[in-house]
Design a protein around this ligand. Structure first.
Ligand SMILES: NC(=O)c1ccc[n+]([C@@H]2O[C@H](COP(=O)([O-])OP(=O)(O)OC[C@H]3O[C@@H](n4cnc5c(N)ncnc54)[C@H](OP(=O)(O)O)[C@@H]3O)[C@@H](O)[C@H]2O)c1
Length: 217
C-alpha cells in the first residue's frame, strides 16, 4: 500500500515509516517543505539500505497516497488538515494526534468535538474514513525498527472496514491492534497518552506503553 505520513519529518513519523517500509509498504514522507521531506526520506532509505521512502510536500504526499497518516503536533492539527482536505476524500485517514495541553503535557486539552479524532472526522466529512491509532506508542520505541514493542495499539473510528485495514498495517509492524469502538472512544485513547507521559516522567523512561490482557492475541 502507498502510505503518506504528513509531518513525517518529526519524532513519531520516521519510526512508522521505517517499520512499514521494512514490511514492504511504499512510504511518502510529507512535510511543509519538500526539501526537508526529501532529506528525511534519504536518511531513512540509507538506514533501510534500499529506496522505499520518498519525500513530498504534505498536499502532494496526501494526493499520491492510498492511506494518509498525520503526525504533527496537535496545535497544527486543523491547519494541516485544511491543506489536505480535498486530497483525503474517499481515503482512510489515520490520526495519531494527541491534544495535550501546551502548557502542561501531563494534561489533555480536548477540542469541543471531544477528541482530535472526532474533530478530524467532523472537519473532513463522511467521505474520509478517520481511524485513530498509535497515540499510546512511543516514538522512541518505534524508531528502533528491529526491536519488538510491548505496547498494544488501540484503534477507534466509525468505519469497521477502515479499522480492519489499519489493523492489518499494525500487524505488519509486529504490533497487536484492538478495535475499541467508534471515534468517540478516542477521548479515552488519546487521554491515556497524558498518563503515559506522567509515567515516563516519574520513572525516567522514554517508552511506557499499555498492553491489554484477557483477550485473544
Ligand atoms: N512523539 C511521541 O512519542 C508521540 C507518541 C504518540 C503520539 N504522538 C503524537 O503524534 C503527533 C506528532 O508528534 P511528534 O512528536 O512527531 O511531533 P513533532 O516531532 O514535534 O512534529 C512533527 C512534524 O510536524 C510538523 N510541524 C510542526 N509544527 C507544525 C506546524 N505548526 N504546522 C504544520 N506542521 C508542523 C513538522 O514537520 P515539517 O516542519 O517538516 O512540516 C514536524 O517535523 C502529535 O500529535 C503527538 O501528540 C507523539
Amino acid at each position: 500500500m502507498k502510505i503518506a505520513i504528513l509531518g513525517g519529518t518529526g519524532e513519531q513519523g520516521p519510526g512508522l515509516a521505517l517499520r512499514w517500509a521494512l514490511a514492504g509498504e511504499e512510504i511518502i514522507i510529507g512535510s511543509r517543505s519538500r526539501e526537508r521531506a526529501e532529506k528525511v526520506a534519504a536518511e531513512l532509505n540509507a538506514e533501510l539500505g534500499e529506496s522505499r521512502i520518498r519525500g513530498l510536500e504534505n498536499p502532494q504526499a496526501a494526493q499520491e497516497a492510498e492511506l494518509v497518516v498525520l503526525t504533527v503536533p496537535y496545535p497544527a492539527h486543523l491547519s494541516t488538515l485544511e491543506t489536505v482536505k480535498s486530497q483525503l476524500q474517499g481515503k482512510i485517514f489515520v490520526d495519531v494526534s494527541v491534544p495535550l495541553d501546551p502548557e502542561n503535557p501531563r494534561r489533555m486539552k480536548m477540542p469541543p468535538e471531544g477528541s482530535a479524532t472526532e474533530e478530524a472526522q467532523a472537519f473532513l466529512g463522511p467521505d474520509t474514513k478517520v481511524v485513530a491509532a498509535f497515540q499510546n506508542v512511543s516514538a522512541h520505541l518505534l524508531r528502533e525498527p528491529h526491536h519488538p514493542i510491548e505496547c498494544d495499539v488501540l484503534l477507534c473510528g466509525n468505519d469497521a472496514e477502515a479499522k480492519r485495514t489499519v489493523s492489518g498495517l499494525v500487524a505488519k509492524m509486529g504490533l497487536q491492534a484492538y478495535d475499541v469502538g467508534p471515534a468517540e472512544s478516542a477521548r479515552v485513547v488519546e487521554g491515556l497518552t497524558s498518563l503515559l507521559i506522567r509515567l515516563n516522567i516519574r520513572h525516567k523512561v522514554k517508552g511506557s506503553g499499555i498492553r491489554l490482557t484477557g483477550l485473544p492475541r
